[in-house]
Design a binder for this molecule. Sequence first.
Ligand code: ADP
Ligand code: MG
Length: 469
Amino acid sequence: MIPKEYLVNSFMQLTSDGIVIVDVNGTVLEVNRKFEELHGWTRDEVIGQVLPMTPDQDKEDVFRLYRSLINGEQSKNFEALKLRKDGSTFYANVAVSPLIDNEGTVIGFIGVERDISEKKKAEAELLEREQQFKRLIKLNPEPIVLHKDGIIQFMNDAGCLLLSSLLEEEFKGKSIYEFLCPSDKPLVIKRLRQVKRSDNYTDFLEIKMKKLDGTFIDVEVSSIYVHKNLGFPVVQTVIRDLSERKKSEETIIRSEKLSLIGQLAAGIAHDIRNPLTSLKGFLRLLMAKNVDYVDVMMEELEHINYVVNEFMSLAKPQTNDFNASSSRELIKSVISFLQPHAHLYNVQIQLDMEPNIPSINCNPDQMKQVLINVVKNAIESMPSGGAIKIVFLNDRDQSLIIRIADEGIGIAEESLSQLGEPFFTTKTNGTGLGLMVCKRIIEGHGGTLSIHSQINQGTTVEITLPYRR
Ligand code: ADP
Ligand code: MG
């Protein structure tokens, strides 16, 4: 039989933890070699001292712990800062258990200390790395979201902005599926399963995301599984806003459609003009015979002829030819072109032109298109009739001001800022392209187009065009 005391001693000296035995007052009774090593004191230096290894500010806590152990609590495990002889400190994992005699009285305590400074340092480094990683992502101009098991851990600034919020808190802890179109969910789940199996970004996937205001936006997303940069593995998803791209795709489609209609119109107009010519010829013959109503028919035919000609000039392929054009002729032709439309709405068009307005250097087809758009909008704003005042002013021989004012329904203040954006329309069969095109054309002529409006009072569109550029 090996003596018990020898066994205990061997254990004390061989274990890789520091061991200290104190009495109920904290006076050191025994320490092992590892304790000497950890703290830098020799055994003789600490025997008889009261808690030399505990920093002063922590001593009170230790005595409280002793009291609870005396009162029958089980041993305690905790992390604490420990003192070395040279005054420096280290982090230790400490287990304290009561020493109990044969009668069951607590006569002291055994403390077992394990140095965890390295672990602490690694933890701190990880935290620092994690923060650095988050900082990098936070300020990344691309929207990025970090999520784990479908729960959002972090949304960067660009991401918050994209989903119309300024606060990261509105996303953290919520499910990513709250911000997706429900029909995309199965696809996304499938994608996320693939993400974990690869070290790379997935291909971009087009989905619809739901903003905080409930509206949807088109985006494409790509994800990667990140397990090194944070304390825990996450999926990092990069979001790309596709709304602009979608819009311009639609613009292209629409303008293609419009130009197609334009081309067809040219063909149709041509087909109408030929029979018109022969009708006119025969009418002239009838006129010679003094048949009733022929002059009325002739007038009507002239008008059809005029409209068809206008139609053709609009449909003509756009040239970039600028030439000196008479503004009087431009607006006259626009007004007679729109006269039938105005009749339909019971709208009178009044024209007031200052004398001596110089001719303007412009692309006449484009300028007509602008005036038609604006006057047509004015007509359509007065479903129960009214008057449109068109004024041409000469601004100090520098530029021409055209004001087109209606007495229509006006435009709500919140819509004013959207005017000129493609596809903003309040009409069931509107395109919402008119004003956008007008603005572009006028800017192409070095001028400006501005709109003033009051709801139910009317709208005034003011175009300024420099005579010379
Ligand atoms: P569309 O005429 O096809 O709707 P526009 O770009 O010409 O497209 O006009 C966009 C929208 O601006 C119209 O739908 C209408 O709501 C508003 N708007 C434009 N002009 C006027 C006006 N004179 N009075 C009232 N609303 C107008
Ligand atoms: Mg319009």
